[in-house]
Design a protein around this ligand. Sequence first.
Ligand code: HEC
Ligand code: HEC
Length: 280
Amino acid sequence: MKITNLIASTAAAFVLVTGVASADENAVLEIDGQVMITRAPAPDHMNIDEVISGWVFRSDETQALEMDDFENPGMIFVDQAREAYETVDGAAGESCASCHGDVASFEGLRTVLPRWREDAGEVWSMEDYINNCRETRMQAEPWKWGKPQMDAMVALISLQSRGMPMNVAIDGPAAATWEQGREIYYTRVGQLDMACANCHEDNYGVYIRADHLSQGQINGFPTYRLKNARLNSTHARFKGCMKNIRAEPYGVGSDEFTALELYVASRGNGLSVEGPSVRN
Ligand code: HEC
Ligand code: HEC
C-alpha cells in the first residue's frame, strides 16, 4: 500500500466500509483434504470474541491459490528447503537430515513457537532454533532472518504442523516477554500515531482502499505474498506495517519483534497453522 493512499484513507478514518468486492467470509479452507480452523473462539486474554485467519479476508482468487498445493507459489520455496535440509553444510559435515531424520519429525513444533528456551534464558522463535543448530551443531554460518533460505526452512518446518491449532504458552517464564509484546501491540507509534490494535483489533473487516483489513494473525506464516512474489516472515511483515504508519521499525530478529511475535501468536491460539499461506 502506498503511504499517500494510507494517509488519505486514514484521514477518511475507516468510514469506507461497504461497496468493495468482498471475499466470501464463510468460505471453508480445505487443503489436500484437510479442513483448516479459520475461525475460533478468542483466547481469554483478548478483547474480542472470535479470532479469524487472514485467509478469510482475501479475495476469492487469492483464497483459491492457498487451497491447492500445486497452485500455491510458496510451495516452490518449501521444495528448495527440502533440498537444503538434506544437504551437508558447515565444518561438522552434517545436514539437518543426518540428525533429525524425516522432516515430519517436526510435527507440532510450529504450534508452540515462539517459546521459552531455558538454557538461553529467553524466548526463541523458530529461526533461533535453526540458527542454533547451524552454528553449534553444524559449525555452519547462521542464516539471516527474513532471507530466502531461512524463510523457506521455516516454511518447511511449519508445514509439518499444517492444520494443527496454534497453542503458544504465555505464562511461566515466557510471561514477561509476552507482556512486552502486548505493550508494543497497544502502543501508538509513528507519524500516523497508530498502534497495531487500531487496525487489527478495532477495525478488522473494514477496507483501507481495496485492502481488506484482517486481524493481523500470524498462523499462516511464512506467507507467500503476490505483491513481492516471495515468502515473507512474521518479522518482515511487522516491519512493513510499522513503516506504513511511518514509525521507526524494530529490526527483523530483534527482541522486540520476538516479543511481539509471541504476543501476536497468542492472539491466534486455536487457529490452524497454514504456513506457507498465500496473501496479497
Ligand atoms: C548434529 C545434529 C544436528 C544437526 C546437524 C541439526 N540439528 Fe537441529 N537439533 C539437534 C538436537 C540434538 C536438537 C534438540 C536440542 C536443542 O534444541 O538444542 C535440535 C533441535 C532443533 C529444533 C528444535 C526442535 C524442538 O522440537 O525443540 C529445530 C527446529 C531444529 N533443530 C532444526 C534444525 C535444522 C533446520 C537443521 C539444519 C539446518 C538442524 N536442526 C541441524 C541436532 C541437530
Ligand atoms: C494502518 C493500519 C495498520 C496498522 C497500524 C498495522 N497494520 Fe498490519 N496490516 C495492515 C494491512 C492493510 C494489512 C494487509 C491486509 C491484512 O491482512 O490485514 C496488514 C497485514 C498484517 C499482517 C498479515 C496478516 C496475514 O494474515 O497475512 C500481520 C501479521 C500484521 N499486519 C501485523 C501487524 C502488527 C504486529 C502491527 C503493529 C506493529 C500492525 N500490523 C500494524 C494494516 C495495519
